[in-house]
Design a protein around this ligand. Structure first.
Ligand code: DAH
Length: 341
């Protein structure tokens, strides 16, 4: 077999192996086998010394031609492999641009939060400060400084979670009154929203943890008229300008006199409906003039200063405003319910 045939056969063999290479590694193996230092074509080049000197240029040219033909085949096949790979990738990652886009679901405020922000907006508008107090509280603040002495039945009335003899989970936001007064900065105009705890069974109107908003005003010459005017204004802002307010005498240990406040039913306008249980009125809060004992215990001279206080249940406001008939809905975090607000 002369050299030309030999190179032709080698080229053909290499071509087959190249075409059979299914990936770049295989292809590289073929390159090394034919063009590498110990490759077949290199071996032929090395055997040139056996070729007659006059034939060498001719044979050299043939070898070089074969080499570049094989290189060309390698190059083409490499490109074909890369193209095929890209093609497969594009097919696998195909995006249907006609599909409707997925909407980013943005959360929103909980009905409790909406109601709280509404109450805060109203009082801040009247010049009140928003303050906070601890949820784990000394019994001293939760009871004693609010004129509820030890052994007073009111301590049992608000079924309290006790941590030890001195500490409990606050059963009301009223202790923030005492904490604020003790700081000694007068006059005071504050509301204190926050979580409170009572060992109540869960039902449509009770939960062991709920929220209150406490209010406190202390200044010279504050009278019951200021209390009435303030809460009437609050009710109108919250439930609409037609809202009427009714003060019913009541008892709280930390206020004297004390009252509970009803608002005219905003659903039926006072005629009586299912919502107000036929009475035309809905109870919304407790209030009164701060008891002189409380002022004294908190370092304020009741001869010089007077004040009023009130306590609103936040959930109650949210339930009324949004006409929700079961308090448990506020805590279950069912997205189908929460999405409605
Ligand atoms: N702390 C009372 C409660 O939890 C609510 C209350 C009533 C607060 C009268 C007050 C008030 O500040 O003056 O039932």
């Amino acid at each position: 077999m002369d050299m030309k045939q030999k190179l032709e056969a080698l080229h053909e063999e290499a071509r087959k192996k190249i075409m059979e290479s299914g990936n770049l590694d295989k292809l590289n193996e073929v390159r090394v086998a034919y063009l590498g230092k110990k490759g077949e074509l290199t071996a032929i080049l090395k055997s040139m010394k056996d070729v007659a000197p006059e034939d060498r240029p001719k044979v050299g040219q043939l070898v070089n031609e074969t080499r570049s033909r094989i290189e060309g085949l390698l190059e083409n096949h490499k490109k074909a492999l890369a193209d095929a790979k890209r093609e497969a990738q594009l097919k696998a990652e195909v995006i249907d641009v006609t599909l409707p886009a997925k909407k980013a679901r943005i959360g929103h405020r909980h009905p409790n939060t909406i109601a709280l922000e509404e109450v805060e907006r109203i009082f801040v508008g009247m010049g009140y400060e928003v303050v906070e107090g601890p949820e784990v509280e000394y019994q001293d603040y939760n009871f004693t400084k609010l004129n509820i002495p030890e052994d007073h039945p009111a301590r049992d009335e608000q079924d309290t979670f006790f941590i030890n003899k001195e500490i409990c989970l606050r059963s009301q936001t009223s202790p923030v009154q005492a904490r604020t007064m003790e700081q000694g900065k007068l006059p005071i105009r504050m509301i204190a929203p926050g979580r409170v705890f009572r060992s109540d069974e869960v039902d449509a109107t009770h939960s062991p943890s709920f929220h209150q908003i406490e209010g406190l005003v202390i200044d010279k010459n504050i009278t019951f008229a200021d209390l009435k005017g303030t809460l009437e204004e609050f009710a109108k802002e919250l439930f609409g300008p037609e809202t009427k307010t009714k003060f019913r005498p009541h008892h709280f240990p930390f206020t004297e006199p004390s009252a509970e406040v009803d608002v005219s039913c905003f659903k039926c306008g006072g005629k009586g409906c299912r919502f107000c249980k036929g009475s035309g009125w809905i109870e919304i809060l407790g209030c009164g003039m701060v008891h002189p004992n409380v002022l004294r215990m908190c370092g304020i001279d009741p001869e010089e200063y007077t004040g009023f206080a009130f306590g609103v249940g936040l959930e109650r406001i949210a339930l009324l405003k949004y006409e929700i008939d079961d308090m448990r809905l506020l805590y279950e975090n069912d997205i189908r319910f929460l999405n409605q607000f």
